[in-house]
Design a protein. Structure first.
Length: 218
């Protein structure tokens, strides 16, 4: 049987390679904002704060903030992933949640609509298409078969679309605008502020919301 967790990470990481400002967490602890336990999803995909996102790694490799996308590979943990974790991710407003049911050779893809998850249906060509990450496409058979070349080819197709190009352009525009803002502030406030900018862009763990802290300080 194909080991699905590395294949899942390969799929997410391939998308990251084509998309600026996107990070992938591999079985990292997520310090949730709502809830009593900190899960370790098999994969999390999120936009970095310097590109407009809200989740980031702290110095210990844990994820703070809410990732836009979470994936779990579920065998004996299927009931837990579909109930306890699903409710936890819903309460923390994860936009898309994907679960591989290994024993059933089946995939479930949930999208956040209002205050509930709705199951996403596969398109007529057998491909799932993410809404929160344009160009993140998935043919479940490629993952179940461990067909890495096919996963790569589909990633290239998805990230060659106009939807992905627009998404990537927005991410680049955000980080460019932010960079210009910081540069202008540094010129006016003096280079003594530069070290604070460097610290915050490396996401010092003392600060849950580093960019807001910087803007307040300026």
């Amino acid at each position: 049987m194909v080991c699905l967790t590395p294949t899942c990470l390969f799929w997410c990481s391939t998308y990251r390679g084509f998309t600026p400002g996107v990070a992938v967490a591999d079985n990292s602890t997520w310090r949730v904002s709502v809830g009593d336990s900190d899960p370790q999803p098999d994969a999390m995909v999120f936009v970095r704060p310097d590109y407009g996102g809200g989740a980031y790694f702290d110095k210990d490799g844990c994820v703070l903030g809410t990732p836009e996308f979470v994936a779990e590979v579920a065998a004996s943990s299927a009931s837990y992933d579909l109930n306890i974790k699903r409710e936890l991710y819903l309460r923390n407003r994860v936009a898309e949640y994907v679960v591989w049911l290994v024993n059933d050779n089946r995939l479930l893809w949930f999208e956040l609509h209002g205050n509930e998850y709705q199951e996403k249906r596969v398109d007529s060509d057998g491909i799932y298409r993410s809404v929160v990450f344009p160009g993140l496409w998935l043919d479940p058979s490629h993952l179940f078969d461990g067909d890495l070349p096919a996963i790569t080819r589909l990633a290239q197709r998805g990230t060659s679309t106009s939807e992905h190009s627009i998404f990537a352009a927005k991410l680049r525009f955000y980080t460019k605008a932010e960079s210009n803002y910081f540069q202008n502030r540094i010129l006016h406030q003096g280079v003594g502020r530069l070290w604070q900018v460097i610290q915050i862009n490396h996401f010092e763990p003392d600060d849950q919301n580093p960019y807001n802290a910087l803007l307040t300080g300026l």
